[in-house]
Write a protein that binds this ligand. Structure first.
Ligand SMILES: NC(=O)c1ccc[n+]([C@@H]2O[C@H](COP(=O)([O-])OP(=O)(O)OC[C@H]3O[C@@H](n4cnc5c(N)ncnc54)[C@H](OP(=O)(O)O)[C@@H]3O)[C@@H](O)[C@H]2O)c1
Length: 300
């Protein structure tokens, strides 16, 4: 398969391209700058709505990962860009695929997140669960909905709703690792909120399956079957690093972070279940938090 990836230089894109090439697929990158390698790059600019559709037509599938990172201070302009970069980029790709029809890629894997479900306490969340409230839930809804032109054109569209991706020195673990290594790991708020996480290798294996298996369609939760509470996460991470973690940051401090980011990114409780993947016989290589963290630090 020839697979075109947006956001290919990000955390998931880098690992995914490696896995796909290792499995014998060809990969190309949608780039927001001038094309340097025409045989493996296609130009686009989601902000101005331009894309080289002839270049896109050379591929069999698109994996769409691009979007402004949700990390950073949640000011109004940051939040606007988080939303706009996802909705505009997805709509541009989906309508391009729809216009190309049979002459273009017939599969679109377009990222989303378990943020779709909002703050749900102890509720178990599978793909049929309703959407929640809050900024990230709204972003995920609009992000997924923006792929509608491709769905309407009969293109197979898969939305991996990703949990927190665990990868050594990158993404979520990057800022936490030095703190935990110094024994400054802390339980956040009550520590009772559920965290849905997944090792990067399981993310890329799941995405490869989405590209290769025609019966994987629609929304697919990509988080391990064993979510943990924040308290368990803190204890497990500290113990994998051989450090103590006695600290606790009170909820009222976190709740004051701008734009509701403390509530939505730190105190939020999401207990997602990967029903779709398990029903398709997918086996997680790292189903537990300790196995995922040990793998991160062993191979990192
Ligand atoms: N990592 C996680 O824990 C996690 C969890 C849930 C959902 N997700 C979602 O999965 C996707 C991939 O995640 P990731 O961790 O690989 O993200 P990442 O490392 O932040 O990479 C995202 C890529 O998006 C592109 N990008 C950045 N700002 C942009 C903007 N303003 N407009 C358009 N494109 C922009 C960049 O690629 P180029 O410079 O190549 O264009 C960047 O490398 C993201 O949409 C993310 O929200 C990730």
């Amino acid at each position: 398969m020839k697979v075109l990836i947006s956001g290919s230089h990000g955390l998931i894109g880098t690992h995914l391209a490696k896995r796909l090439r290792h499995a014998g697929h060809e990969t190309g990158a949608l780039v927001r700058r001038e094309v340097r390698y025409p045989d493996r790059e296609v130009a686009w600019d989601p902000a101005s709505g331009t894309i080289d559709s002839e270049g896109v037509a050379q591929y069999d599938a698109v994996v769409h990962l691009a979007g402004k990172s949700i990390a950073g201070l949640w000011t109004r302009s940051h939040m606007d860009e988080v939303l706009r970069s996802r909705v505009d980029g997805t709509h541009l790709i989906a309508s391009t695929l729809a216009l190309l029809g049979d002459d273009g890629p017939r599969v679109l894997v377009s990222a989303s997140g378990v943020g779709y479900y909002g703050d749900r306490g102890d509720e178990s969340l599978d793909e049929s669960s309703s959407t929640g409230n809050g900024f990230l839930a709204m972003v995920c809804q609009k992000w997924e909905a923006a792929a509608q032109p491709a769905r309407d054109a009969g293109i197979r569209v898969v939305h991996p709703r990703l949990g927190i991706v665990l990868s050594h020195g990158e993404g979520f673990l990057a800022p936490l690792t030095p703190l935990f290594a110094l024994g400054l790991g802390a339980t956040l708020g009550s520590g009772r909120q559920w965290m849905s996480y997944v090792h990067i290798d399981d993310v890329t294996r799941a995405m490869q399956a989405m590209l290769e298996q025609d019966d994987l369609d629609g929304v697919v939760n990509v988080a391990t079957p064993e979510p943990v509470t924040n308290r368990t996460f803190t204890k497990t991470f500290a113990s994998v690093l051989g450090r103590p973690a006695f600290l606790r940051i009170p909820e009222f401090l976190l709740a004051r972070l701008p734009g509701g980011m403390g509530q939505e990114m730190i105190l939020v409780s999401q207990k997602a279940q990967p029903k779709g993947l398990l029903d398709h016989g997918f086996e997680f290589e790292y189903p537990t938090l300790s196995s995922a963290l040990v793998a991160c630090f062993k191979h990192g």
